[in-house]
Design a protein around this ligand. Structure first.
Ligand code: ZN
Length: 151
């Protein structure tokens, strides 16, 4: 990873962990799920408001390390208006990125700001911190009541 991307990685993590976006519950007919990463102690709750097959709104709350909070914050920014298929595709590309698997250039482009989380691939212990919110989002979309865990 080049130094420019590394700086950006630090910047995004710090900025989003200090001032997380969409950090509030969603009321009404929104679905929610809870996730836990025992390895690091990260906890997150994700709310989604579905409009047919589309994510109309998404939010989260949680307590955990800077990476888990920043990842959830950027995820909620990216996810509004996405269909469940698009959300799955994005998760898959994101997962490849943070686990250091090569993805096609155009897939990386689609990640937008999420691409900076490629920095996580240099710290395998933090992969679960970065992906926790995504597993939880998936559970929320599926309407799963049981808390999910990364272990
Ligand atoms: Zn963590």
């Amino acid at each position: 990873m080049n130094s420019e991307l590394r700086d950006l990685y630090q910047e995004v993590i710090i900025e989003h962990s200090k001032r997380p976006r969409n950090y509030h519950p969603l009321a009404g007919p929104a679905q929610s799920a809870q996730g836990y990463n025992p390895l690091c102690g990260d906890q997150v709750k994700v709310w989604v408001l579905m409009d047919d097959d589309k994510v109309a709104d998404v939010s989260f709350e949680g307590s955990g390390c800077a990476i888990s909070t920043a990842s959830a914050s950027v995820m909620t920014e990216m996810m509004k208006g996405k269909s469940t298929d698009e959300a799955e595709a994005l998760f898959s590309t994101f997962h490849d990125l943070v686990t250091g698997r090569d993805s096609a250039e155009d897939e990386i482009d689609e990640l937008g700001k999420l691409a900076v989380f490629g920095g996580v691939s240099e710290f395998p212990a933090r992969v679960k911190c970065a992906t926790l919110c995504w597993h939880t989002l998936r559970a929320a979309i599926a309407g799963k009541e049981d808390p999910i865990t990364t272990e």
